[in-house]
Design a protein around this ligand. Structure first.
Ligand SMILES: Nc1ncnc2c1ncn2[C@@H]1O[C@H](COP(=O)(O)OP(=O)(O)OP(=O)(O)O)[C@@H](O)[C@H]1O
Ligand SMILES: [Mg+2]
Length: 270
């Protein structure tokens, strides 16, 4: 089978293969597209936690993006964790040069345990300069709280936060509800014309490592193949849901989900 599109992923490496660039490549590939990468950091981690992080120099990130894209133009770009304002500024400059319109940002900034992963100046640059270049942003609830300076308790608050993010210049917002305590997970989608709540039963499992990375990569893949943004979110959520249901019981901590458990992609693209 020939890949349906080409995607450039800008993200960090997760040595355990459940999240980060490894999860992104697995998702893009199993949904039928071609994955290219620009590595922003290298982590030593497993299902129980992160042992160390080494950041890649912004110049090297820039080179990976430009040299790769000059030769094979991506149809869409997915951005994962960007650790500093220097990296964010350099990504903004670089994206301007490659002229891709479909840019999806997963603003990774709060770890599963609640620790803030990026500093305040990086958050400021992301809010002020990067967000307006982006087609879709996919924060989880704690990240949406940091970006909007409000506390989020329910879907009404999620919609309010999504509205604040639209005002910052992003075209589409999907606030992910995986962190809520209720029996359901509710992901809230908002743009100028549309508001949808995607509601699913919460699956009882500790194996949810990489759900966020996987979701944004799945959405990017569907979007890159020409699906409308709302449909791309719906299909991406479905893919992650099935991958969690069929999760792998690997490791002693939060194990990975099953990227190979693809939805019938040929049926989707008819
Ligand atoms: N237990 C669960 N059952 C069903 N769906 C879930 C569950 N946990 C997360 N999801 C779904 O997975 C997707 C990712 O959401 P989540 O809030 O976990 O992102 P995240 O916090 O960015 O993940 P990560 O910790 O990987 O960064 C959403 O569509 C969410 O609804
Ligand atoms: Mg996340």
């Amino acid at each position: 089978m020939k890949p349906r599109s080409k995607i450039l992923i800008i993200a960090g490496s997760d040595s355990s293969g459940g999240a980060g660039i490894q999860a992104d490549i697995k998702t893009v590939t199993s949904l039928g597209s071609y994955a290219m990468t620009a590595l922003t950091a290298i982590t030593a981690q497993n299902s129980t936690g992160v042992l160390s992080v080494v950041s890649i120099n912004p110049k090297e990130i820039e080179k990976q993006i430009l040299f790769t894209s000059k030769d094979m133009k991506p149809d869409a770009v997915k951005i994962g964790m960007l650790h500093s304002s220097k990296v964010i500024n350099s990504i903004i400059k670089t994206l301007k040069k490659i002229k891709v319109k479909k840019i999806i940002l997963d603003p990774v900034m709060v770890a599963k345990g609640g620790a803030k992963l990026i500093n305040n100046s990086a958050v400021r640059v992301l809010k002020k300069n990067l967000i307006k270049k982006v087609f879709l942003i996919t924060p989880n609830i704690p990240e949406a709280e940091v970006l909007t300076d409000m506390s989020i308790k329910n879907t009404k608050d999620m919609k309010k936060a999504a509205n604040i993010l639209l005002k910052l210049g992003v075209k589409n917002v999907l606030i992910k509800g995986g962190h809520s305590k209720s029996k359901y997970v509710e992901d809230v989608f908002l743009n100028k014309n549309d508001f949808v709540i995607f509601k699913n039963k919460k699956i009882k499992t500790k194996n949810t490592h990489g759900t966020g990375c996987t979701l944004s990569s799945a959405i990017t893949t569907f979007l890159s193949c020409g699906k409308p943004i709302k449909k791309s979110c719906e299909l991406g959520i479905k893919y992650v849901n099935q991958a969690i249901k069929n999760n792998l019981n690997y490791g002693k901590g939060h194990g990975p989900i099953n990227h190979l458990n693809t939805i019938k992609i040929d049926k989707i693209y008819i």
